[in-house]
Design a binder for this molecule. Structure first.
Ligand code: NAD
Ligand code: DAU
Length: 339
């Protein structure tokens, strides 16, 4: 099979490429990525040694380019990871989120209709369901939970989901969608909470915690997300949505304190800063559908995945130092300066 992985130079897409190359060495993987600030060819350096892997630089929202590519490559499966993925950036610059996450997704869907595929898989997010109250631990997101978005990021992802489902109903396109909770693990860009804590604590820099730090996220080790998507693209049912999560709910403060303790750094590094606008309170996934229908189970808990993640960042300093010493400095100043 020939699998097109869009956004494969980013965090989860790259982990997925490594997962597929190892588990399904018979399949061919073509990574399609525009190499935005979040895309990094260094992340894929080992994949380039595998003859089943190839890389194409290109924009999923460039219709002419995408149609030419799909005509030439005749993909069997498309897994769409490509997106603008950071909520804070969507608050300061929403437009590119509409272009990539909505127009890019519909462009891919149109190319799949034109040239045919066995499966288009959309990598979506639990953020499309909005948030849950902090005082109702009995509530979880199921696949039936109505879409109710908060940020420009989640609104663009929800719009894309609606187009994916519309292309199934209207044109019979074979699609699936997964909605996963927060991921952590190797190769995550240091704008996101966990790698940000690790690189700042390692350098004895302050850790910016938004608001009170009481917001809750449901953390999943990235490899478990990859194994879930692998099952869905091979065994999932056309037109279905699958939630992915491992019941690892933590407040942001708990996350920060866990990482500081693994690194043996003082809690005095914690600095409370102005809250994120529209900050979602709590995410919590009910994964019973993917567990019962596809037999998926996560292999890692927060307690096992977090030390592995910290270890990876300590052993791969070059990877993140190259990032934080570049354009990222301006990003950090713009987002956090005077906050
Ligand atoms: P990321 O920001 O690390 O990577 C995104 C990748 O997409 C980058 O390589 C970037 O270069 C590429 N890209 C961006 N715009 C493009 C375009 N127009 N054309 C081609 N490539 C483009 O993101 P991530 O954290 O790996 O997330 C991947 C996907 O998973 C996203 O769709 C995101 O919504 C979803 N998701 C993420 C999480 C999480 O916790 N990170 C959880 C659930 C779902
Ligand atoms: O739930 C899935 C989503 O998880 C994905 O769809 C998104 O692509 C991904 O970025 C992530 O979104 P979050 O907004 O939850 O992740 P982030 O790492 O940005 O923030 C996690 C929590 O930490 C959130 O409550 C905001 C808080 N935070 C974040 C940063 C960057 C801080 O307190 N300080 C920070 O500096």
């Amino acid at each position: 099979m020939k699998i097109c992985v869009t956004g494969g130079a980013g965090f989860i897409g790259a982990n997925f490429i490594y997962y597929e190359l190892e588990k399904h060495c018979e399949d061919e993987i073509v990574c399609l990525d525009n190499l935005t600030y979040a895309g990094n060819l260094e992340t894929l350096s080992e994949a380039f040694n595998n003859e089943k892997f190839s890389f194409i630089k290109g924009d999923i929202a460039d219709r002419t380019f995408i149609f030419d590519l799909f005509e030439k490559e005749q993909f069997d499966i498309v897994v769409n990871f490509a997106a603008e993925s950071h909520v804070d950036r969507s608050i300061t610059d929403p437009e590119v989120f509409v272009r990539t996450n909505v127009v890019g997704t519909t462009t891919l869907l149109d190319a799949c209709r034109a040239y045919g595929i066995n499966r288009f898989h959309q990598v979506s997010t639990d953020e499309v369901y909005g948030d849950l109250p902090l005082d109702r631990k009995d509530l979880f997101f199921t696949e039936q939970t109505p879409l109710h978005t908060s940020s420009p990021y989640s609104s663009a992802k929800a719009s894309a989901d609606l187009f994916v489902l519309a292309y199934h109903r209207t044109y019979g396109l074979p699609v699936t969608i997964s909605r996963c909770s927060n991921n952590y693990g190797p190769y995550q860009f240091p704008e996101k909470l966990i790698p940000l804590i690790i690189y700042r604590a390692t350098n004895d820099l302050s850790i910016p915690v938004y608001g009170t730090g009481e917001n809750v996220r449901d953390w999943l080790y990235v490899e478990d997300h990859c194994s879930a998507i692998d099952l869905i693209i091979r065994n999932g049912k056309d037109g279905e949505v699958y939630n992915i999560g491992g019941h690892n709910e933590k407040t942001n403060l708990e996350v920060v304190k866990t990482v500081l303790s693994i690194l043996d750094k003082p809690e005095s590094l914690i600095t409370y800063v102005t809250d994120r606008k529209g900050h979602d309170l709590r995410y919590a996934i009910d994964p019973v559908k993917i567990e019962t229908e596809l037999g998926w189970k996560p292999e890692y808990s927060f307690e096992t995945g977090m030390p592995l993640t910290v270890k990876w960042y300590l052993e791969n300093r070059c990877w993140w130092e190259n990032i934080i010493n570049g354009e990222y400095k301006n990003y950090y100043e713009k987002m956090y300066g005077g906050r």
